[in-house]
Design a protein around this ligand. Structure first.
Ligand code: SME
Length: 151
């Protein structure tokens, strides 16, 4: 079921971004699509790597969120440090979780690398514990890869 959903979403990402090269426009639509189409999601968006080493809030959908995440902090910073997707089943059990929306219970963060350098992360939150499965991890990595391929 999930693989089919992500197959459809990848086609939608490609259609949405077709012919447009503006990052803010494309990233905003990408975040909106995921926020609208994935069940049980209360936040979806980008944090972008700044020269200071912080992650700065980028295009997103959901409640207003923290604007700057210090290097290595939070679930986002931990995913950046590991340079791999991080799934947290219970954010209350993750000591360094940064709570932007008190409704969030689980989270997935996909790092985005450009030419081996950190460009940012794509972060999705859910109000449901253990919302993100191995299929979601593979699916969101696939969507981020499609975004990066055609941006
Ligand atoms: N929870 C994240 C912060 C960003 S919000 O979820 C939008 C973290 O711990 O890095």
């Amino acid at each position: 079921m999930s693989a089919k959903l992500y197959e459809r979403l990848e086609a939608q990402v490609r259609a949405l971004l077709d012919g447009e090269s503006d990052f803010v426009a494309n990233a905003g639509n990408f975040a909106a699509l995921i926020y609208e189409e994935l069940p049980d999601v209360n936040w979806a968006g980008f944090y972008l790597a700044a020269p200071s080493g912080e992650l700065v809030l980028g295009p997103f959908n959901g409640r207003p969120a923290c604007t700057r995440i210090p290097p290595g902090r939070g679930v986002c910073g931990a995913a950046v440090t590991k340079r791999e997707t991080l799934v947290v089943d219970d954010v209350e059990a993750f000591a360094d979780h940064i709570a932007c929306d008190s409704a969030s219970r689980s989270e997935i963060v996909v790092p985005i690398l450009r030419d081996g350098e950190l460009f940012g992360v794509f972060d999705v939150d859910s109000p449901v514990k253990a919302r993100f499965t191995a299929d979601d991890r593979a699916g969101l990595e696939r969507l981020v890869a499609a975004f990066e391929e055609i941006r």
